[in-house]
Design a protein around this ligand. Structure first.
Ligand code: NCD
Length: 359
C-alpha cells in the first residue's frame, strides 16, 4: 500500500505509465468502467474545492466505484476538535482509498501515517498539490508531445501557489527545462523550492516581475491566481491582486504555439476573450485531470508489494520543533516533530510536514 503526498513519491517511469493509462482511459473508457467495482473513495475536503473534489469523485464513479466524504471542515468532526490522525483511522474503516485536502501544510502526510488505506494529497495549504501536477504533465504531453526541452513560465503567486511548487518539483527531472519565474517581489518562490529543488537539480531559471518581456520566449505559460486565503495581511492582498492580467493585446507577443495553463479557479488573471484562442488549455486541463485521477486511483488500488516507508531513514524526531503556524504540527495533538537535513545546506533542517526551516 502506498500514499501520494508529493510528486517525488512517483518515479519518472511511473509518471510515464500513468500518462499512458490516462490516454488509454480517454480512448477506451468502456474498458475501465468496472475496474473499481465494490471499492470506495473517501473525499475528505477540509477546504473548498470545485474541480479537484468533483474530479476525484467523477474519476471513481467512472471506474465503477463509489464515493463517500465531506466538502468542508464544518461538516466533519474536525469542527468538534478531532485530529487528522483520528479522522484517518476512522475513515480507513469505511473506505479503500482517501483523497484529502486540508488548509494546513502536511495534513495529508499525517493522514497517510495513520491510515490503513492509501491517502492522496489533494492540496495542503500553500504547500503541494501532486494530482494537479500529474494533470499538468499529461496536458503538456498531449499538447506539446514531450516533457523535455521546454521554456516554462510560471506567473502570479509563486509563494503560496501549491500547484506551482509541485509542478516545478516534477519538471526538474526532465532534460532541458528552463524556468521563468514571474511574480511580484513579495510573492516569489519559497526557499525550499528555490534551493532544495531548483538549485539542487542545477535547474536553469530566472526570476523576474516582467510578464510581457518574458512572453516571447515561453513554450508554456502557467498563470496562477493570487491566493487570497493565504494572506495574513488583507491590504497586501489588495495591493497585489491585480499584478498580472493576460490580455489579447499582451498575448500578441507570445509564440504562435505557446500553450496557456491555469489550474483554475480564475479570478481575472486571463481575459475571457482568450478562452477561444487555440493556445488556451485550461479547460482541457480539467478534463485531463479526471483521466489522470482515474489512472492514479487504479494504480494505487491495484498495486501490490509496495513497501517503501513513508518517511526515509534520514528523518530525525523531536530534536527541532516546527514553528510554522500554517503547519499541521501547530494544531495536531502530540505530533512527533520530524525534520531532515536540507539538500542545499548541511546546517539547515526542514520540517518533514511543511518543508519550512526548523534550524
Ligand atoms: C488550485 C488549488 O486548489 O491549489 N486549484 C485546483 O486545485 N485546480 C489553484 C487555486 O486554488 O488557485
Amino acid at each position: 500500500m502506498r500514499s501520494i503526498i508529493d510528486t517525488v513519491d512517483l518515479t519518472t517511469q511511473e509518471i510515464d505509465e500513468l500518462i499512458k493509462t490516462a490516454d488509454d482511459i480517454a480512448a477506451h473508457p468502456e474498458k475501465y468502467a468496472e475496474k473499481c467495482k465494490g471499492k470506495k473513495l473517501a473525499t475528505l475536503f477540509f477546504e473548498p474545492s470545485t474541480r479537484t473534489r468533483l474530479s476525484f469523485e467523477a474519476a471513481m464513479l467512472e471506474l465503477g466505484g463509489s464515493v463517500i466524504g465531506f466538502s468542508s471542515a464544518s461538516s466533519s468532526s474536525a469542527s468538534k476538535g478531532e485530529s487528522v490522525a483520528d479522522t484517518a483511522k476512522v475513515i480507513s474503516c469505511y473506505a479503500d482509498i482517501i483523497a484529502m485536502r486540508h488548509p494546513e501544510e502536511g495534513a495529508p502526510l499525517v493522514a497517510a501515517m495513520n491510515a490503513s488505506v492509501p491517502v492522496i494529497n489533494a492540496g495542503d495549504g500553500g504547500h503541494k498539490h501532486p494530482t494537479q501536477t500529474l494533470t499538468d504533465l499529461l496536458t503538456i504531453k498531449r499538447e506539446k508531445g514531450r516533457l523535455d526541452n521546454l521554456v516554462v513560465g510560471f506567473c502570479g503567486d509563486l509563494k503560496y501557489g501549491r500547484t506551482v511548487h509541485s509542478l516545478i518539483n516534477a519538471l526538474v527531472r526532465y532534460e532541458g527545462i528552463k524556468f521563468v519565474l514571474i511574480s511580484p517581489q513579495e510573492l516569489r518562490l519559497p526557499s525550499y523550492v528555490r534551493y532544495d529543488t531548483l538549485d539542487k537539480e542545477n535547474a536553469v531559471y530566472e526570476e523576474t516581475s516582467d510578464l510581457e518581456g518574458s512572453l516571447p520566449k515561453l513554450d508554456v505559460l502557467y498563470m496562477t491566481r493570487i491566493q487570497q486565503e493565504r494572506f495574513a495581511d488583507f491590504d497586501e492582498y489588495e495591493r497585489l491582486k491585480d499584478s498580472y492580467v493576460l490580455t489579447v493585446e499582451k498575448l500578441k507577443k507570445a509564440k504562435e504555439d505557446m500553450i496557456i495553463f491555469h489550474p483554475l479557479p480564475r479570478v481575472n488573471e486571463i481575459s475571457v476573450k482568450i478562452d477561444n484562442d487555440p493556445r488556451a488549455c485550461y479547460f482541457k486541463q480539467v478534463l485531463n485531470g479526471k483521466h489522470m485521477r482515474m489512472a492514479l486511483i487504479l494504480k494505487l488500488l491495484t498495486e501490490k508489494d509496495y513497501d517503501k516507508p513513508l518517511l526515509g531513514d534520514d528523518v530525525i524526531a523531536n530534536v527541532y520543533r516546527c514553528e510554522n503556524p500554517r503547519c499541521i504540527t501547530s494544531s495536531e495533538q502530540e505530533i512527533v516533530h520530524y525534520c531532515r537535513k536540507a539538500h542545499s545546506d548541511d546546517n539547515i533542517y526542514r520540517c518533514v510536514y511543511c518543508d519550512k526551516k526548523v534550524k
